[in-house]
Design a binder for this molecule. Structure first.
Ligand code: ZN
Length: 273
């Protein structure tokens, strides 16, 4: 799809997003999935912040011909303490192209930079080492800025660097949490979907990025009913891993998987996870 064509799609998509609320779209999609026994898959773009606008544009532009707007943006509303660029037209337009917007931390930056996990993740583990109250305060701060961006709070939370040292049910203001191997409801303790996650970003360990594919394959082999979840980061573009993600998405589509979102899955009351 060329840039002109993509721009047209984005305009059409924005018009749709402006007309429908999350719940309206989720209900439509849920009926499709549960009624036909469709096998769902997830595609998520993490670190969705204006500082990576060039990379995010290219990622969305390359995925759109494969899956349309059926992807999640894991939004960081105050990347490393800065909200600069949140109001830019380009960023807001891109937020309108994707089907789902989730909260991915407030700053995505740890308060304890010299912990081994912080060193390995490039200080991305914002919530690790914090107590419950502090985590809730940071999520609330993130939600306030997220709401300014999207006109409503996020339904779901994706922990930065997959680090969240408290139970999902402790976050009662949210609908669900997307962890590395599971989506958990914040309202119902036993409601969850198993995931098999493919991710190429392992912080500073760029040389082992292909290992993320192996983890994904192992999870899908050990848990055949797990929902495939393809996670892409802006840095994957710089490191040359986006083609591997595209290849995996094509393979999943060929095997009959249908792109959906976590919000749509969690709002489906007709199937037992
Ligand atoms: Zn992240």
């Amino acid at each position: 799809m060329n840039k002109l064509c993509f721009a047209k799609c984005r305009c059409e998509r924005n018009a749709v997003v402006a007309d429908l609320s999350y719940s309206d779209r989720s209900t439509d999609r849920t009926n499709e999935i549960s009624g036909r026994g469709i096998r769902p898959m997830l595609v998520a773009i993490h670190d969705f912040a204006p500082v990576f606008l060039r990379e995010l544009n290219e990622i969305v532009e390359r995925l759109y011909p494969l899956i349309g707007g059926q992807m999640s943006a894991a939004v960081v509303p105050c990347w490393h303490g800065s909200s600069e660029g949140n109001s830019s037209d380009g960023y807001r337009r891109l937020l309108g192209v994707v089907e789902e917007r989730l909260l991915h931390g407030w700053t995505h930056q740890s308060c304890f930079p010299y912990h081994p996990i912080s060193l390995l993740t490039g200080q991305a583990d914002e919530m690790r080492g914090l107590d419950r109250q502090t985590i809730i305060e940071r999520i609330n701060a993130g939600q306030a800025e997220f709401s300014e961006l999207t006109n409503q709070p996020a339904e779901g939370f994706v922990p930065p660097a997959w680090q969240l040292p408290i139970r999902s049910t402790d976050l009662s203001s949210l609908g669900f949490v997307v962890r590395y191997t599971v989506i958990e409801s914040c309202q119902e303790p036993y409601r969850a979907y198993r995931l098999a996650t493919w991710s190429w970003d392992w912080g500073r360990l760029g040389c082992v990025s292909r290992g993320g594919e192996i983890f994904g394959r192992i999870q899908s082999l050990c848990h055949p009913v797990a929902i495939p979840c393809v996670v892409i980061h802006p840095i994957d573009l710089r490191r040359g891993y986006l083609p591997y993600a595209e290849q995996l998405i094509r393979k999943l589509l060929d095997h009959g998987y249908v792109p959906t979102t976590a919000t749509q899955l969690m709002s489906d009351r007709s199937e037992t996870p």
